[in-house]
Design a protein around this ligand. Sequence first.
Ligand SMILES: NC(=O)c1ccc[n+]([C@@H]2O[C@H](COP(=O)([O-])OP(=O)(O)OC[C@H]3O[C@@H](n4cnc5c(N)ncnc54)[C@H](OP(=O)(O)O)[C@@H]3O)[C@@H](O)[C@H]2O)c1
Length: 271
Amino acid sequence: MSLPEPSDSTAALVTGASSGIGTEIARELASRGHNLVLVARRHERLSALARELASEHGVRAEPVTCDLAKPASRGRLPGRLEQLGLTVEVLVNNAGFATGGPFYASDPERELQQVRLNVEAVVALCSAFIPPMVERHRGAVLNLASTAGMQPMPYSAGYAAAKAYVLSFSEALHYELAGEGVTVTALAPGPVATEFWEIAGWEVSGESMEQAVPGPAWVRAEDVAHAGVEGLEHGSRVVVPGLPMRAAMLASRYIPNAIKLPSIAAALRRR
Ligand SMILES: NC(=O)c1ccc[n+]([C@@H]2O[C@H](COP(=O)([O-])OP(=O)(O)OC[C@H]3O[C@@H](n4cnc5c(N)ncnc54)[C@H](OP(=O)(O)O)[C@@H]3O)[C@@H](O)[C@H]2O)c1
């Protein structure tokens, strides 16, 4: 029960491959000989990455444009895979974004969009691709959670709740599928410097994340990708990349929410 060996007729499907952690996970899997199906909305970026992976690693890389927040769009993915003649043996649910600020002032449609992409799409792709993996007794699933999902977060309430769902769902599936030849790993990074922060627009104590969060807490996207793929190889349940973040999350388990929440609220409240 670990990362299946690559073959000509199989592929790893990576969502959110047009940027950040998803791009690096695709590179990491290609370097190990896996064909790639690269999914996101920005076709140009996916095509450029597909050309790079094919020429650098000699793998087959297929860009597939899809808005994963839309049920009709993501519902076409299994058929597209069939057309390509590729079987998904590795599924990476990475696409995601975060809202921030007080929930009462946030855009209701954006909040729902976050649930559709960060939660609904993860469940839908797991429903589509895990049953055939169980049938073949072979497969690996990497779901992008976050350290944000390890406690409620005032001023990022929807994002933390979405990632808590992904974490809980993935940990439970890890055990359900342990005897079925399919490994499920939740990858839960702390802060990673990607386009994510620009889109989220989070602030800590009135400063941007880059200014406010100390250097050792940050992990590079390529290191997150490496840790995630290694997690699949080892059949890990949860991977928190980087020692400082791992230690912080371990310590945080012993601090009650009644103490944690006021300090998170004070840090993330906009001035
Ligand atoms: N950066 C961090 O600090 C951090 C920490 C913990 C967890 N994470 C998680 O890691 C994952 C990747 O984040 P990242 O940091 O790499 O962010 P990123 O650079 O902003 O990448 C997000 C990816 O999601 C795709 N995406 C967004 N909306 C989509 C949609 N509706 N349909 C299909 N694809 C969509 C984007 O592609 P298109 O725009 O081309 O569609 C992009 O490829 C997310 O789940 C995030 O929550 C990030």
